[in-house]
Write a protein that binds this ligand. Structure first.
Ligand SMILES: Nc1ncnc2c1ncn2[C@@H]1O[C@H](COP(=O)(O)OP(=O)(O)O)[C@@H](O)[C@H]1O
Ligand SMILES: [Mg+2]
Length: 329
């Protein structure tokens, strides 16, 4: 299987009132066609900024990009960063769709839920009014928005958080995109609803062979639904591999620390281990390993040079000075 998305040395600089934020500092990331690729890391590591770049959702005049984001489809390869605005409007929805943590940021509060999706399929797929409504009702049924006719007429404020997230999923699926980007879609929901939404996403993904990028800070969720994983730290991917590589043979000290701090069911009642300190702010480009100040294994080289990406085994890479190629410490 080929890659649907390939980020190559992607940098994203955001112009803010407090100066430039180097939110993404040279990300290499590949998502295979048809897989669920997880992106994990603590808050502020650049997960959202890097993936929003696929949809080009950053303010145009306040964002600088370098590198490339290649999108491969049956009609060839395109660099998303070089797409025309017209192509981009078509790309959003039809080629890729994004689901956010807070559905209210994407839904119109004064428009009925069903009509919002209906409007999208009429505009993007050229359906007539009646056809669009029937399509949306079938979609509601499929994603468990029940009973569909009643829900169609409801406003967002009349729905629970779990139901709104289903509306967002229905919206994302409505134009049958090849790629869905889900940015912490279950973080705001309680555990039972979270599990239902994850099951739903996984089933729909398998049914439609959609590729999915799933962003979360919850490693338990990654283990449950992802095929492969990228671990982000300070605007970079520090480790990438299959779910087994990451969970059974983590090579980067940051990944190891994340796994050690991940609460397991068997740990209930025990004090949770956490990683000391916090990720660094991104007001500068790093010239040494950004994890070194928190890393129990850091040596002189870690504090003086940026670590290169090394191959641990086939399909498994990590950016750490302390690794030899082939993964031996
Ligand atoms: N709109 C914005 N304006 C200024 N800084 C931002 C903006 N969005 C994100 N950032 C900064 O970019 C960095 C990466 O953020 P983000 O990608 O949202 O992290 P994550 O999704 O991993 O929690 C952070 O330092 C964050 O403060
Ligand atoms: Mg985020």
């Amino acid at each position: 299987m080929g890659n649907i998305i390939e980020m190559k040395d992607l940098c994203v600089n955001l112009m803010t009132v407090r100066g430039i934020v180097y939110a993404v500092q040279g990300v290499d990331l590949a998502v295979k066609e048809g897989e669920v690729h997880g992106i994990v890391g603590e808050s502020g590591c650049g997960k959202s900024v890097s993936t929003k770049t696929i949809m080009r959702l950053h303010e145009k005049d306040k964002t600088e990009y370098t590198g490339s984001v290649i999108y491969n489809s049956s009609s060839g390869s395109e660099d998303i960063l070089a797409m025309s605005d017209k192509r981009m409007r078509d790309f959003r929805g039809k080629d890729a769709a994004m689901i956010f943590q807070d559905p209210m940021t994407s839904l119109d509060p004064i428009m009925k839920a069903g009509e919002q999706i209906s409007e999208v399929v009429r505009r993007k797929r050229g359906m007539g009014k009646k056809e669009a409504k029937e399509y949306v009702l079938r979609m509601f049924e499929k994603v468990g928005i029940l009973p569909p006719e009643k829900r169609y007429e409801q406003y967002p404020f009349e729905m629970s958080g779990g139901m709104l997230q289903r509306v967002m999923i229905a919206m994302a699926l409505s134009c049958e995109p090849r790629l869905i980007i889900a940015d912490e879609p279950t973080t705001a929901l309680d555990v039972t609803i979270q599990a239902q939404i994850l099951d739903l996403l996984r089933n729909l993904q398998q049914e439609n062979h959609t590729s999915v990028i799933f962003i979360t800070h919850n490693l338990g969720v990654v283990a449950e639904i992802c095929d492969s994983v990228s671990v982000m730290y300070a605007g970079r991917v520090v480790e990438s591999g299959s779910v087994l590589d990451i969970f059974d043979r983590p090579a980067h000290p940051y990944t190891q620390a994340l796994l050690a701090s991940n609460p397991k069911a068997s740990d209930s009642g025990k004090r949770m281990k956490t990683i000391e300190g916090a990720p660094p702010p991104l007001y500068a480009k790093f010239t040494s390993c950004p994890f070194a100040p928190r890393c129990p294994k850091a040596t002189e080289i870690c504090r003086s040079a940026l670590p290169p990406v090394k191959t641990v085994s086939e399909g498994h890479t990590a950016a750490c000075h302390l690794l030899n190629e082939g993964g031996k410490e």
